[in-house]
Design a protein. Sequence first.
Length: 216
Amino acid sequence: MKKIITISREYGSGGRVIGQLVAKELGYNFYDKEIIDMAAQESGLSADFIAKTEQNISSAWLYNLLLGTSYAGTSANASGQPLGTHSPVLPLADQVFNAQRKTILELAAKGPCVILGRCADYILSTAEEISKADLLNVFIYADMEAKVKNAIEYYGIPEKDAYKTVVQVDKRRANHYNTFTENVWGDRKNYDMLINGSAIPREKIAQMIADVAKLG
């Protein structure tokens, strides 16, 4: 029996609903926005700030990262410690990720659960304290037409903005994942299951994931 299931997903693919259905079917806890509140307590940053910051890595931030500089524009050495100082100054995005990583590990240790996004698949796969036999990593994708339709119907995105929103959100999610992990977002090698959310009803997808989890 898989005790921890991570659901990574493209925007508009139905991944969040599927994760909730899986948790309900198995009687597991479901964690999504709760991670933000717990990470806020851990980091001292506000929950609102974390919600706006997570997965919102700008091109400027990535540029600074490549140059080895922090948000403050301070030169840094290879370890991330600013030159001429004795204590590291982490960019805010790093602080948010570290707080969420600690939160995800704590939640996974509490008992059976389904965790949505936030690099949980990578965090738990590389954590020594987590048994890989207990972990099931799932990626939900969908056709662009279906994602745009869902963005309009479920998230209230104006029709004229829906396509652009889907592309931008998926790009931000990929940037976040590819920056903070050693894997590539959506690469089949990183997941146990990849499912097209536009090809199968969500209830059937959830049942399929639950059935695989029960097999152990």
